[in-house]
Design a protein around this ligand. Structure first.
Ligand code: ADP
Length: 431
């Protein structure tokens, strides 16, 4: 403003001097021309400013006369505000990325429990689509009566275990509601399907072990009570011998169960089997010798064993898997049946140990369950032959630890073929 007044004053002074020298009209003409030049310059400056306003992120145009003083602080303020907004945006982006990286699902709800935002994990857990479901009530999205009851509580001190079926998949979620800010809600979801399955498996396992040990213990204590309560002379020598034999049988059964359980737990708790190069033919021959004793010449054995084919792994574990399959073949093959044991390299470089029998076979619906702990097709027959119901579970574990596959082919009444197939990476030949 001061500059403008000074300029007008300067032109007026110049007009007055020239007016005094060359005449009044010339003075006025000079003054008018001066004012016109000022107006034109100002118009030019304003149009440059108008152009700058359209792209306000750029520095203001230079030399815009009196506007310089106004534009410089505006531009400084604009830059400061922009830096602050950028900083805040960066912060918000960081928070959003952190929310996306959460291992749990997170949903925010407004005061009427309508969905405002959720991370990808929550979408996966609940099977929702943020675009479509935004502004819908969570009670309509999560249509489970127990969740509706939970959401209507005043406070949520404990999470809720919710069983859902999304995309044809059964899921168990742990959900927890929390109030935050002013009338807003945060819903956190955690997928505990696996944890729940493990818990069920653990409970089943404990129940199975107790059940398996209860029978021999009952028999054993029954005999012991009889022997304690009856006078010794009331038993004949033959009776005593029979009782002792039966008690010993039950004790052996419990020993076998406990030994298999220990093997399983060792397999589960130790790291994978890297180990040494195992000459499998030697291990198979040893297992065959023991099997012939078990078979008591009741079966015909056929052997196709490649001598110098080795696998890398644990000799003890492999020996246990090899003899489990052989023992089963003997147990479930009636007298005069044939048991064929093979150890060979396949055309595609895998090594295969297989035991084929002409025994009782297994119905197709039982095959997928054979490797479950304590699963037996015929409980009575398994027990009668000293089975624990854990042999195939152990074999499958050993296979997994050697990156091998346990394959089972069988037809009820027509015999079975159990194979352990080792990948080429585990195969070696002995020098
Ligand atoms: P078990 O100690 O009872 O033999 P396993 O885990 O070794 O336990 O086997 C589980 C079940 O699989 C057995 O109880 C039996 O019913 C069935 N099975 C295993 N091997 C054979 C086989 N060679 N022929 C027929 N059934 C078999």
């Amino acid at each position: 403003m001061t500059k403008t007044l000074i300029s007008i004053g300067a032109w007026a002074l110049l007009g007055w001097i020239i007016g005094a020298w060359l005449g009044v009209s010339t003075g006025w003409a000079v003054f008018s021309l001066g004012l016109l030049a000022m107006v034109l310059t100002s118009g030019l400056q304003l149009s440059r400013i108008a152009r700058w306003v359209k792209d306000i992120d750029q520095p203001p145009p230079p030399s815009v006369g009196p506007w310089d003083e106004i534009l410089a602080p505006i531009y400084r303020k604009l830059r400061k505000d922009k830096q602050e907004i950028d900083h805040l945006n960066h912060h918000v982006d960081g928070i959003m990325l952190a929310a996306e990286a959460l291992p749990d699902g997170a949903l925010t709800l407004d005061d009427s429990m309508q969905l405002t935002w959720c991370n990808q994990m929550a979408s996966d857990h609940i099977g929702l689509n943020l675009e479509k479901d935004r502004s819908h009530s969570i009670l309509n999205i999560l249509r489970a009566p127990e969740f509706a009851r939970y959401a209507q509580q005043e406070t949520w001190p404990a999470p809720l275990l919710l069983h859902l079926n999304t995309d044809d998949q059964d899921k168990t979620l742990l959900v927890q509601l929390t109030r935050y800010g002013v009338g807003q809600y945060l819903l956190v979801t955690r997928d505990v399907t696996q944890v729940e399955k493990l818990e069920t498996t653990r409970k089943d396992f404990v129940a199975n072990v107790s059940h398996e040990l209860r029978t021999p213990l009952t028999v054993l204590s029954g005999f012991l009570e009889t022997l304690r309560d009856m006078p010794p002379e009331s038993f004949s020598e033959e009776q005593k011998h029979r009782y002792h034999t039966l008690m010993l049988e039950q004790a052996h059964r419990m020993q076998a169960i406990v030994a298999d359980l220990l093997t399983l737990s060792t397999l589960e708790s130790s790291p994978g089997a890297q180990g040494e190069s195992v000459r499998m033919s030697q291990v198979i021959h040893t297992a065959l010798q023991q099997s012939r004793v078990l078979s008591n010449d009741q079966h015909v054995f056929v052997e196709h064993i490649t001598e110098d084919l080795c696998v890398t792994g644990s000799a003890t574990e492999l020996a246990s898997a090899i003899s489990n399959l052989l023992t089963n073949a003997i147990r479930y093959t009636p007298k005069d049946g044939t048991i064929t044991v093979s150890w060979y390299l396949t055309e595609d470089g895998h090594a295969c140990y297989s035991v084929q029998d002409t025994g009782i076979g297994i119905a197709s619906q039982d095959i997928p369950r054979l490797t479950e702990r304590f699963y037996r097709v015929d409980r009575g027959r398994s027990r009668a032959t000293g089975g624990t119901g854990l042999g195939l579970a152990i074999t499958k574990h050993v296979a997994m630890r050697h990156n091998a596959e346990l394959r089972i082919q069988s037809r009820f009444g027509a015999g079975s073929l159990f194979s352990l197939v080792f990948p080429p990476a585990r195969v070696a030949s002995s020098e």
